[in-house]
Write a protein that binds this ligand. Sequence first.
Ligand code: XIL
Length: 372
Amino acid sequence: MKKINSILTTITLTVLLAACADNKKATTTEPSLKEIFKDDFDIGTALSADQIEEKDSIADEVIRRNFNSLTPENIMKSMHIQPEWGTYDFTPADKLVEYSQKHGMSVVGHTLIWHSQLPQFARNITSKDSLAEFFTNHINTVASRYDRKIQGWDVVNEALNEDGTMRESIFYKLLGEGYVTEAFRLTQEAAPNTELYYNDYNNEQPSKRAGCIELIKKIQDAGVRIDGVGIQGHWHVGRIPLKEIEESILEYSALGLKVMITELDVEVLPRNFQGADVNQRMTMKDDPAFNPYVDGLPDSVQQQLADDYAALFELFLKHKDKITRVTFWGVNDGQSWLNGWPVPGRTNHPLLFDREFKPKPAFYKVIEAKKN
Ligand code: XIL
């Protein structure tokens, strides 16, 4: 009886393995994003800590197949890489670099100086001297370690308000507005072989864009290097600001900078504010109207999402001489931060791969955009 059971188990396993292999075959006949756009721009994705650890083999296959640029979603942010004063945890970032080298991909470091996701000790700093010490040590230590190992750094993230004025962050308040130029100067010294970027959301919108241009000019006028500007690209279905994006690509590029779309996702759920400030929350009643697509996207929204992505990629292709990279903020819908922000526990569908890692209609429309 035992023997029969073990034979049955072996047969079941064999059948299951064959089915998995078949499934895998099915996915490998899909087009690859990085191949399709290889003459145009890099195609990136943000990787979660688990994906960097290669914990999910299906995710890993989709990543290796489609992307040639990797941004760590969280692990290089200061709260993770320097959790205590002077104590660094480089293990996940080193693993990411190793993974990228093994697969011939590049890495974008995200991010050196940002007011969010700071370690607790830094948030508690009240004196200018202590903050300047943290600022200098953090940049020197982290940027120098990854020079020649990563392609570029988001040196400063989100320094601006919506009206283009400087955000009153801890850095602005204690170090003054010159802190942005100083961050680029320090990174340039610590990582002379690494590209340096300024990154923000909504910096395609006219007022914020004007502030962003002013900020970039200050860096350039100080004789400090800045190589690129990142437009995060957290947009909303049916409301993609194509005109503003195009104007921004042209204006940023006219400053001599590479333009990058760095955190692309197209949200489908209701929202009562714009932007992507991770500290902003939306309080909502327990009303199912605020989480309408728990069982999947209706065809009309799926189609709108696909059309929006197609329009975006048509625009990116039109300006491929100015755009060096388009990075999605996550590999599939299940991973997206938009399931938890700005309202926890919703079911969002903002990316090209669904929760099962299957390409969505938007994926095929993006591929078609290239063919047209
Ligand atoms: C988000 C991550 O995706 C989340 O996992 C984390 O909890 C909060 O931060 N702008 C940025 C990114 O520059 O770093 C943010 O990432 C999304 C908005």
